[in-house]
Write a protein that binds this ligand. Structure first.
Ligand code: FRU
Length: 506
């Protein structure tokens, strides 16, 4: 029996709801981790995800499901693929099998096919193993049936998981490709198939670059550089936990070539297990914060757009985040592209903007000198997009104070001489629930045309920073008091200019 008084219950509910994001996906109740089976079909984006239907902690792993017409408004659907006695349903992907290569649908009604990891329980004949299995849907993702021939790929491994499947278009040699991980070996393994059921080994990549944790949730896709179809790179995504750049979980990426068999990285790749980590900052990181993990991309999105979503959390403390009976949110969806900066090809990320086109500036400042000091702005921001552009000039540092209130704030600062952007959440509010939560993220961000451009999304319990048009991102959770919504701008030393600042709400 619940012995709480009405007032106590109201307090408990508001403690739960105070951190509930306004525009990031959360399950109504219970635990959530990795995005799974991201796929677009007939006007609907499907987000499946690691979900415990029975509680706010990791366990009973099943695929939850949400749908959206625009990647912003999500509607929770019934659990798509539930765990059972024999297996937990770990991460994986989904494809639209348009030509019914699998035979799991018909020519007139081709299936959506989910490729997931069967994590077998103790009572299964395959206890202790992880292998890849199929489920299919003939009603656009509403209901799912498991394939009777599961698993379809079993290496007799205990750590073989997170299959991402895509159609490789190699002319006459076109087929399905699966990238998955041997997590503990820090290896991505590639397979091919004509029908999603019979898989043939292609190659192995890794260990390489960051190897301080298990490799999980890989992805592989091709993108044009600066939109030129004749100049492309393949992007290999490898999530790693722990051993990420800011500590704990993170995503790294490699750029290179893929010939349908082998992925070959372009440059600066350190092969083998790294012991000292001294080159960590040279590697390609999807995000320099603590809370962007298990990021993978959608399949079947028309017109070549590549959109990724990450789990906005970190295994270091995910189980302890103070949100009550729902736990964890997804990141904003991000469009990814490649661009050349100073001759080097790099990844650019742009958020699918929840404030566009409906959002309007609730506060704006135009060009003006920034005197040394701190100025509180006459606006509040807890659910907002902040666009700000600085000309640092001769100043020592500058930045924004976010989510400020009684004895707490989140500090976003730029050290001008070092060219380093920092996000400091050590005093951001409720931070003591885990020893590794208070943290300071740092990343080198060169000025562009002597300017620093930042786009910042605030959503009750998160800060996502996209710097220099999305060439660098930092994503961090924060748990401030509800009343901590003050916003301030600061400079240290003279000579800086604010070019423009807009706070966009809705
Ligand atoms: C990544 C991960 C995956 C696994 C899933 C289990 O966060 O550990 O490797 O499939 O979560 O929930």
């Amino acid at each position: 029996m619940n012995s709480l008084t009405t007032a106590e219950r109201a307090t408990a509910v508001s403690a739960t709801e105070q951190f509930r994001p306004a525009f990031h996906y959360t399950a109504e109740r219970n635990w959530l981790n990795d995005p799974n089976g991201l796929v677009y079909l007939n006007g609907t984006y499907h987000l499946f995800y690691q979900h415990n239907p029975f509680g706010p902690d990791w366990g009973n792993m099943s695929w939850g499901h949400a749908t959206s017409p625009d990647l912003l408004q999500w509607e929770e659907q019934p659990v798509a693929i539930p765990c059972d006695e024999q297996e937990a349903i770990f991460s994986g992907s989904a494809v639209f099998d348009e030509h019914n290569t699998s035979g799991l649908g018909t020519a007139g009604n081709p299936p959506l096919v989910a490729v997931y990891t069967s994590a077998y329980t103790e009572v299964s004949p395959l206890a202790g193993r992880q292998a890849q299995s199929l489920a299919y849907s003939l009603d656009e993702g509403r209901t799912w049936a498991k394939y009777h021939g599961n698993p379809v790929l079993d290496r007799a491994s205990a750590e073989f998981r997170d299959p991402k499947v895509f159609w490789y278009n190699g002319g006459a040699a076109s087929y399905w490709v699966m990238v998955a991980v041997e997590a503990v070996e820090r290896q991505v393994v590639l397979y091919k198939s004509a029908d999603l059921k019979a898989w043939e080994y292609l190659s192995t990549f890794g260990p390489a670059n960051a190897t301080g944790g298990v490799w999980e949730c890989p992805d592989l896709f091709e993108l044009p550089v600066d939109g030129k179809p004749e100049d492309t790179r393949w992007v290999l995504i490898v999530n790693i936990n722990p051993g990420g750049i800011a500590g704990g979980s993170a995503g790294q990426y490699f750029l290179g070539a893929f010939d349908g068999v082998t992925f070959r990285p372009d440059s600066t790749v350190t092969e083998g297990h790294q012991q000292d980590g001294s080159r960590m900052r040279e590697y390609g990181w999807l995000d320099w914060g603590r809370d962007y993990y298990a990021a993978v991309s959608f399949s079947n999105i028309p017109d070549g757009r590549r959109i990724m979503i990450g789990w906005m959390n970190n295994w270091d403390y995910a189980r302890e985040t103070p949100t009550g009976d729902w736990r964890s949110a997804m990141s904003l969806p991000r469009g990814v592209s490649l661009t050349r900066v100073d001759g080097k090809v790099v990844l650019r990320q742009q958020a699918i903007d929840p404030f566009s086109p409906a959002g309007s500036p609730i506060f704006s400042l135009g060009r003006q000198p920034l005197a040394s000091g701190i100025v509180e702005l006459p606006t509040a921001a807890a659910v907002a997009r902040i666009d700000v552009e600085f000309e640092p000039g001769a100043a020592k540092s500058l930045g924004l104070v976010l989510r400020a209130g009684e004895g707490e704030c989140t500090l976003l600062s730029y050290d001008v001489s070092e060219g380093i952007l920092r996000l400091d959440r050590r005093e951001s509010g409720h931070a003591g629930f885990h020893g590794s939560f208070p943290s300071l993220e740092t990343v080198a961000v060169p000025l562009t045309d002597a300017r620093l451009r930042l786009q910042i999304y605030l959503d009750r319990c998160s800060v996502e920073v996209l710097a220099q048009g999305g060439l660098t991102t930092i994503t961090d959770l924060v748990f401030p008091a509800e009343a901590s919504t003050a916003l301030a701008i600061f400079a240290e030393g003279e000579g800086a200019h604010l070019v423009a600042l807009d706070v966009v709400g809705r």
